[in-house]
Design a protein around this ligand. Sequence first.
Ligand SMILES: *Cc1c(COP(=O)(O)O)cnc(C)c1O
Length: 380
Amino acid sequence: MHTIPFNKPHLTGKEAHYMYDAVYTGKLSGNGKYTHKCQQWFENTFGFGKCLLTTSCTDALEMAAILIGIMPGDEVILPSYTFVSTANAFVLRGAKLVFADSRKDRPGIDEASIEALITPNTKAIVPVHYAGVACDMDVIMDIASRYGLFVVEDAAQAIDSYYIGKDGSKRALGSIGHLAAFSFHETKNIISGEGGMLAVNDMQFADRAEIIWEKGTNRSSFFRGEVDKYGWVDVGSSFLPSEVIAAFLWAQLENIQEIQQRRISIWSKYVERLSGWSKANNIALPFLPEFATNNAHMLYLVCTDLEQRTALLNRLKDNGILAVFHYISLHSSPFYEQKHDGRELHETKRYSECLLRLPMYYDLTEEEQDKIINVLINEK
Ligand SMILES: *Cc1c(COP(=O)(O)O)cnc(C)c1O
């Protein structure tokens, strides 16, 4: 039986060409032509302040934690229903994690629960735009400014997704918080195998971000002719990807519109064809608040309970379709359970037990998608 995988990385066709170019022009390390092309494209297209490509979103989050000066004892508010990297970046600097619950209508952070979690030690809020669906950024930025906190957007899944503010303004996710982190891991919409990016929107961080990125040296300003020698000026690490990776990414960016159109059409067909079945079975389809646009990163279902989800996963698997669940909540993880303050997070638990993701990728064929839908809606 032909198996339908959960994800298949999409190639636009130009990746090898640009990688060949990068290899044979002899500039292999980072911060070269393709890195600049990608970074400028992001800044111009989405209105991010300053972009720096990184080797992963994990790296970009670690840079953010260094930049906002996380120290042992600082508290960071983040959802429990997220990937470990959202948490690790801050734990590595000694932060205490304060987990917020998810919303009832979608897995994103419950904005209304944030304020009660703030203490004098709180330093930052880290909203995660789950499935590329915006958190209510006006609300979060307002809380942050009233309490003097930083906002780091985990925008790993949120490329080409927007937040429409109360004043009608449409802003790209990742352009609103002081800092934002993106991922180009092969499971995301736009990919480079492994890869990521830090978007710096609060320009007080711009110069230091570049230094941290380049191992704590002012190498970048040296190459721009701003200083006559370069040296060790701050902490830092090796966060920048090689030109070969940036060249791959450039081929993806050139085709972002086509990639997004295809994904949105697959996403919409799922929602259209599954709506009657999902209602009849008390299964929720993705909910989009009116302030969020759709980047079709993910098609998830929220089942009534664990038994229903297990049965669906098995039925799909028996038919050669690989659907998967998602995060095991971080507040009850082996690593953090003892450190967590003990609050129960009901919605987080529910998404851990009931959320299921369907295959959702550019090269999913019409026949394959029809098969997935039919296996779901025709009970036997
Ligand atoms: C994918 C993902 C990450 C990690 O991205 P990498 O590029 O693999 O480091 C972090 N947070 C969220 C929400 C993600 O989906």
